[in-house]
Design a protein around this ligand. Structure first.
Ligand SMILES: [Zn+2]
Ligand SMILES: [Zn+2]
Length: 113
């Protein structure tokens, strides 16, 4: 369960940005979950709700989308998209991949008032 610590740092970032815009309240948040981040959506929603308590983001709408992961295949030098861990390169079947994105949680957009 790393969702709690991810949420705490995300809330920190959200509050920082909200303050920069002189917001009194955050009404909606859009987060992108990397396909390889091992983040579970229900756990994330639950953690977000508790981490946002008594912050500017308390009670805001949470929009989640899953972002596919990008990787580089060492064997055939292709840039590929993967959805899960241990997936093989669709071109050559190799498992020797370098993950380039899709392992993290990203703050995409904020709506404030
Ligand atoms: Zn994983
Ligand atoms: Zn390949």
């Amino acid at each position: 369960m790393h969702e709690i610590s991810l949420c705490l740092s995300t809330i920190e970032l959200i509050e920082q940005q909200a303050r920069q815009h002189g917001a009194r309240r955050v009404t909606a948040v859009w987060l992108e979950i990397g396909a390889l981040s091992c983040i579970e959506e229900h756990a994330l929603r639950f953690s977000f709700a508790s981490a946002s308590r008594r912050t500017l983001a308390e009670g805001c709408q949470l929009h989640l989308s899953v972002q596919p992961a990008r990787a580089w295949c060492w064997d055939c030098s292709a840039s590929i998209v993967i959805e899960r861990h241990n997936e093989a390169c669709p071109h050559c079947g190799s498992h020797v991949l370098r993950i380039e994105s899709g392992e993290s949680l990203r703050l995409k957009q904020l709506e404030v008032e």
